[in-house]
Design a protein around this ligand. Structure first.
Ligand code: F6R
Length: 616
């Protein structure tokens, strides 16, 4: 959710930077700060906790003057919401300041190394690691760009980093690593802008350059020079963003669905923000109104939702039962209240909803309230009805607006929040101690980066598969355990946007009926990552092959056996078994998208569907 803005040019930098940050307020944040440089005044840092209005008030009392500056709105990840943890962060010499969006996956390692070298940390943030590294490398080379290249070469994760240095007073260096944090450069008349998101600078320019993964831009009053992190020159012409606000919001993408699929790494990171404390081995939900004692009392959870959100609830059942050892029943919200459920005093209702306005889900929450059962809502839309009526509090996804009717980023974000909730419950109930939490937290931190690599690797394969299969009339999706709901979700995505009939099945059930459908015309999408059920999935694939079905397999990278059995394979990186669904679903979203595109369907507004279903 963090925002980045930078400016170099004749205007008052403070106005441009703070104004740009205000444009990004919708993304949410809990503190803000700016660094402005002026040859006479030197480096002026102003930071404050809370909303930008606090920073603005501070700037009235202590103005920051200059024509070069960077600013940041922070949504806490590592370290609490304090002025010291707010960006920008300085290196030990005080010459370099940096701001960052993203998560430094290996910050504990890097911090330990820097502490050993005698560096004293003043904040609890991962970003301070970057500031010190840049400072140390700058002392060796005397070049901010070189120091940034060396530093980013050591970071693991998805990061957007922007730095300035008092010894290079006419320069901003911005870099992007991975796909979790975007960097856009704006070109004006003799002035330059940097931002994490387009809206921050649209008041000044529509001529934009987007940095790609592992690229770095050196911005001076003479122009912008882009290189790779390895130092090779990159030629990139600016693109012009249209003035139409809808097209502008869609940015570089053809459809909102495509944009939202690509936004997933960042959305996953935003879902983690402020909730993971790696050093303490703990999970926090600031917005949850249930304390440890209340969580210990929960004996049963009713997870309820509709459509894609219902698939998220099905995956959540696996997460909560395995990690926290609490029973979970999953209901379609539209069925829940009509079955006269017997809830009981120590039950908890967990509603999943992107819009927070789905009438059936709201009715299920009402049923819980009537039976004096606490409810929690895993919800995206801030201030929506579900967020307001959940008495245990909304657990927000922080995924940003989802416009495409077919839900994508909200689904994967729901899975991340459900996993965090399962860990929070496990922490309260003592089924996982701090040390046992560590591998889960590390795997979560690595997830946005892995999602980015899945998107990149599966795009060309899915486009090619769509070319091959877009004329089929039916498709079957198979998965087992937590990947069974992913089979359902893959089938739903395909049918809702391409109008191809598709079924999702638990693979073990295939021989009890659906196997009759398989012939050489039937694509069977098999989700088969290497987990404990993998050998069974392989035998299911054999059963499909024996009937001449065409196997499209989603499996773990490097799986030769699977490759030998499938007609096509899409690989995902290894992760913890219960986190796999967050990665395996991504190629299915892309496959559905490319098939719909190839069939000429209206991807963002498929027929008969609405984004928010407020009628029964
Ligand atoms: C499918 C889809 C729908 C929604 C369902 C619930 O892509 O988007 O199935 O998941 O209508 O909507 P929310 O999550 O807003 O309650």
């Amino acid at each position: 959710m963090c925002g980045i803005v930078g400016y170099l040019g004749p205007r008052v930098a403070t106005d441009v930077v703070v104004g740009g940050l205000q444009r990004l307020e919708y993304r949410g944040y809990d503190s803000a700060g700016i660094a402005i440089y002026d040859p006479k005044e030197g480096l002026q840092l102003r930071r404050s906790v809370g909303k930008l209005i606090g920073l603005i008030a501070r700037l009235h009392l202590e103005p920051a003057r200059g024509h070069l500056g960077i600013g940041h709105t922070r949504w806490a990840t590592h370290g609490g919401v304090t002025e010291i943890n707010a960006h920008p962060h300085r290196d030990a010499s005080g010459q370099v300041v940096v701001i960052q969006n993203g998560i430094v996956e290996n910050y504990l390692e890097l911090k330990a190394r820097l502490v050993e070298q005698g560096i004293t940390f003043v904040s609890q943030t991962d970003t301070e690691v970057i500031a010190h590294l840049v400072g140390l490398y700058y002392a060796e080379s005397g070049s901010l760009a070189t120091a940034m290249r060396q530093t980013l070469g050591e970071l693991r994760g998805g990061n957007a980093v922007v730095a300035i240095c008092v010894n290079e007073p006419d320069q901003i260096v911005a870099a992007r690593l991975g796909n979790a944090g975007g960097v856009v450069l704006g070109l004006g008349e003799g002035e330059y802008f940097v931002a994490s998101d387009v809206p921050a600078i649209l008041d000044y320019t529509r001529d934009l350059i987007f940095l790609e993964d592992r690229e770095l831009a050196v911005i001076t009053s003479a122009g912008i020079r882009i290189t790779t992190l390895a130092g090779d020159a990159v030629e990139r012409r600016p693109i012009s963003i249209p003035w139409d606000p809808v097209a502008a919001a869609r940015g570089d993408y053809k459809h909102f669905m495509e944009k939202e699929i690509h936004e997933q790494p960042r959305a996953l990171m935003d879902a983690l923000r402020g909730r993971v404390d790696q050093e303490a081995g703990m999970v926090h939900f600031e917005d949850m109104r249930l304390d440890d004692a209340a969580l210990r009392q929960v004996d049963r959870i009713y997870a309820t939702a509709c459509g894609t959100a219902w698939h998220a609830a099905l995956v959540a059942k696996f997460m909560i039962e395995r990690l926290a050892r609490v029973r979970v029943e999953v209901d379609y919200a539209s069925e829940f209240r009509y079955r006269e459920p017997v809830l009981g005093g120590d039950a908890l209702l967990l509603a999943f909803t992107q819009s927070g306005e789905t009438v059936d889900t709201l009715a299920a929450m009402e049923e819980a309230r009537d039976q004096k059962v606490f409810s929690l809502a895993i919800v995206n839309a801030i201030g929506s009805q579900a967020a307001r009526v959940a008495d245990g509090g909304p657990l927000y996804l922080h995924a940003g607006p989802e416009i495409g009717v077919a839900s994508t980023k909200a689904f994967t974000s729901m899975l991340v929040v459900a996993y965090l909730f399962a860990l929070r419950l496990a922490q309260a109930r003592g089924t996982l101690n701090a040390a046992q939490m560590q591998p889960h937290l590390q795997a979560l931190i690595e997830l946005p980066g892995k999602a980015a690599s899945v998107i990149e690797a599966s795009m060309p394969i899915c486009a090619e598969l769509a070319e091959h299969y877009h004329r089929v009339e039916n498709a079957l999706y198979l998965g087992r355990q937590a990947n069974y709901p992913i089979a359902l979700e893959g089938a739903l995505k395909l049918k809702e946007i391409s109008y191809i009939h598709a079924e999702g099945y638990p693979a073990g059930e295939m021989k009890h009926g659906p196997i009759a459908l398989i012939d050489e015309t039937m694509p069977v999408i098999c989700i088969a990552p290497q987990d404990e059920i993998y050998p069974k999935m392989i035998s299911n694939i054999e059963q499909v092959r024996a009937r001449h079905g065409q196997v499209i397999a989603i499996g773990t990278s490097g799986d030769q056996l699977l490759a030998s059995k499938a007609d096509h394979v899409i690989s995902i990186p290894a992760t913890l078994p219960l986190l796999q669904p967050i990665l395996t679903v991504i190629p299915l979203q892309l496959f559905a998208y490319y098939v719909a595109l190839r069939r000429g369907c209206d991807v963002d507004q498929p027929r008969n569907l609405a984004k928010s279903v407020t009628v029964e």
